[in-house]
Design a protein around this ligand. Structure first.
Ligand code: NAD
Length: 330
């Protein structure tokens, strides 16, 4: 099996590639990544020399390049992680989200169809379902009701993927996962942002009253879930992936402060994000029952490992890199 993984220099894609190679599940794994601000080649430093791995810098919207890679590497399977992923940025700059997340996905779907790929796996998000109230869970049949330009671009891509299955018979799957955490995540995202700010005794900005609830899953559990879907998923099916691990933002930030040995006084309440979804929670019983997947990592241990990783990474940064991170953390 020759696999084209897109967005593999980002957070989840890099963990997935490492997992794929570790499980010896790719004769050739080609990583196509545009290396946007969100990418970090250090995420893959340990596998650069792997004989079964090839990195290509490029944009998924570049049809000529994508077709060239499909042909050259005789790609059987595409797993699409490439995306613009930060909700706050999508509010100020929606156009780039539509370009990568919708149009880029369409180019990859065309390529899969043109070259007769045996599977196309689209990595989506629970955010496509919109917001829940205080009770209930998203299932795979919950209506799509995205709130932000980010989640609507992901929902648009999901609809295209399903349309290519129904119209052209392309073998596809969609995975919709809850919030991921773990090493290698960009410091603009909630958990690394809070860890790196707290390490420097900076205030921790919490939106609104910190009541928004998210379900957290370790990135390595997500990587294994995607592999199960790729290997055993029924064509045309959507699989929700979640950790049954709900935390409101304020409790999570306080837990991080406790693990870091820092004072709760660092918390600073800031004006809420427009259109901020109150709660996401995933019913992952389908993937558990059909593909025998369930999360394996303890949240507290995973957070401690993540904190240690950021402390070590931060200690190794040079002045230029620290300044760059400081700008992101503003
Ligand atoms: P990330 O922002 O860390 O990485 C995205 C990667 O995609 C980067 O390496 C970037 O360079 C690359 N990329 C962006 N635009 C590209 C383009 N046009 N062409 C080629 N490469 C491009 O993202 P992540 O957190 O690893 O998320 C990966 C996927 O998982 C996304 O599709 C996201 O919607 C989905 N997802 C993320 C989470 C989460 O909690 N992070 C949860 C559920 C689903």
């Amino acid at each position: 099996m020759n696999v084209l993984v897109t967005g593999g220099a980002g957070f989840i894609g890099s963990h997935f590639i490492r997992h794929l190679l570790h499980k010896q599940q790719g004769d050739m794994v080609v990583n196509l990544d545009a290396l946007t601000y969100a990418a970090d080649m250090r995420n893959l430093a340990d596998i650069e020399e792997n004989y079964h791995y090839q990195f290509i810098q490029g944009n998924i919207e570049n049809r000529e390049l994508v077709y060239h890679l499909m042909r050259t590497y005789e790609i059987d399977v595409i797993v699409n992680f490439a995306a613009e992923t930060h909700v706050d940025r999508s509010i100020t700059q929606p156009d780039v989200f539509i370009g990568t997340n919708v149009l880029g996905t369409q180019v990859l779907l065309d390529a899969a169809l043109h070259f007769g790929a045996s599977r196309f796996v689209q990595i989506s998000t629970d955010e496509v379902y919109g917001s829940l109230g205080e009770a209930g869970y998203f299932t795979e049949t919950s209506p799509l009701a995205p709130s932000s330009p980010y989640s609507s671009s992901k929902a648009g891509a999901d609809l295209l993927v399903l349309a290519y299955h129904r119209t052209f018979g392309l073998p596809v799957n969609i995975t919709r996962c809850s919030n991921n955490y773990g090493p290698h995540q960009h410091p603009e995202k909630l958990i690394p942002r809070m860890i790196t700010r707290a390490m420097q005794n900076k205030r921790l900005p919490v939106y609104g009253k910190g009541e928004n609830v998210r379900d957290w899953l370790h990135v390595k559990d997500h990587a294994e879930a995607v592999l199960r879907v790729l290997q055993q998923g029924k064509s045309g099916e959507v699989y929700n992936i979640g950790g049954h691990n709900e935390w409101n933002n304020l409790s999570l930030v306080k837990l991080l402060l406790e693990l870091l040995g820092k004072d709760e006084q660092l918390v600073e309440y800031v004006q809420d994000r427009p259109g901020h979804d109150l709660r996401y929670a995933i019913d992952a019983s389908k993937i558990q029952q059909e593909l025998d997947w369930k999360p394996t990592r303890s949240f507290q241990e995973g957070l401690i490992e993540t904190i240690e990783w950021y402390m070590e990474r931060y200690a190794k940064l040079d002045v230029g890199e620290r300044t760059q991170i400081a700008q992101v953390l503003q």
